[in-house]
Design a protein around this ligand. Sequence first.
Ligand code: DX5
Ligand code: ZN
Length: 219
Amino acid sequence: MIKVYPSLLAVDILHIGDSIKKIEDLADAWHIDIMDGHFVPNLSFGPSLIKALKKFSDKPIDVHLMVENPEIFVDSFISAGSDHLGFHIEATYHPQRLIKYIKSHGVKPYLVLNPATSLSTLDYLLEEIDTILIMTVNPGFGGQEFLPFTLKKIQDLRERALKENLNLNIMVDGGIDLKTAPMVVEKGANILISGVGIFENSNPRSVILAYKSLSLKEV
Ligand code: DX5
Ligand code: ZN
């Protein structure tokens, strides 16, 4: 079953509540992008949005930290109410320590890899974590074009998971729309994050339903 996490970076911030309510029953979680202006050349939201969203919607909140030294920020995002907390493997010296720390607070950690980061960085971590986010654009902005070379990476990771008998969630983020979603699912992604592809479509509900109708690769 494909899961869909709409990325709220793409909503008109002055109408965020309306945009959420229109698709809330179809969303599996809300994806919130956190940018620090260092790890990525942009700024976005902070813990106050997570706190407000927690009161507004019952759906899980999936927080994607695009920040240097994520260990500095995790406490404030945990106490704000994050349900999933993802951080980039490129952004910390001690990913295993951070995974353990996040888990110890009852929050689900996941690891994020930039498009050019090798899957070999996961070699000694796959026993510790069940969800990997493969960026399909260079992070920092919504509405960018999907990078086709990431398809091979999704496929390699899915094949590795199957071979090693790992029940691994492969998330993808960046440039996911009605054209690219079938391609990433075919390669083995099972959680689709999508911003512009959902919110800039005249019928966001039909886009989510189309994503969900894709069937997962069973090899
Ligand atoms: C990119 C962010 C994404 C972004 C995706 O740096 O991590 O979550 O919102 O946006 P779209 O789906 O519009 O490419
Ligand atoms: Zn994201």
